[in-house]
Design a protein. Sequence first.
Length: 231
Amino acid sequence: MTPLRRRSFLSSLGLLAALAGCARFEPPHVHVEDYEGRKIRVACVGDSITYGAGVEDREKNNYPAVLGSLIGSSFEVRNFGRSGATLSKAGDLPYWTTDEFKAATAWAPDVVILKLGTNDTKPQNWKGQEAFRRDLEALLEHFRTLRNKPRTKVWVCLPVPVYGDQWGINDRTLEEGVIPVLMDTCQDRKVPVIDLNDALTGHPEMFPDKIHPNAAGAKLMALTVFQAIRP
C-alpha cells in the first residue's frame, strides 16, 4: 500500500469514526486533566529504531528522548526499545521475552507508542498475516489493560521505510504483509495509527544504513508522534 493510499485510508477511518458515534476511535490526544496532576507515563515500545541504533549521540537524540523534550513537563517518556525484537512470538527475538517488555509492563504506562514490525519482515520471522495479526492483537490487549482509570492508551506506528534490503529486512514484506495487518487490525480494534512510514518516505538521506534513521530521522519520528498525542 503506497503512502498516498495509506493517507486516504487513514482519513477515511477518521471520517467513519466521527460518523459512527459510539464506535469511534479513542480520543486522538492525551488530555492532561484526566490524570489529576500526576505525570503521564509514556512508554515507547519497539525495536532498534526505537532504541536509537545508529543515531549520533544516541542518549540525547533517540526518538523517545526527543519526544520527551517536546511534550512537556506533564509527561515522563521512557525508551523500551530492544534491538532485533519482533512483534511475532515465533520470531528469533520476540519482544514478549525481553527485559524491556517486562520493564514496560511493570512501569504500567498511561500511554504506549508501539513501533514493531521491521524485524518481522525477515524470512525466518515472517509466518504470514494471520499469525502476525494474532500476536498483534494479543500485544494490544496486554498493553491496553495495564491501567483502568483512565485506561492505557495505545498508538500503533506504521514502521519507517526500508530503503534497501539488509540483514533479511525487506520492503516487500513490510508493504504487503506487515503494514496491511497493522492498519486492518487497528481499524478493527479502534486503535489510532501514526504513519511513520509516510512521514519518513522520501528521506533516504536520513537512513545511512538503509534501515535505521539517523538523528534527523529520529527527530522527525518524534515530531510525528508528538503531533499525534500532544495534549
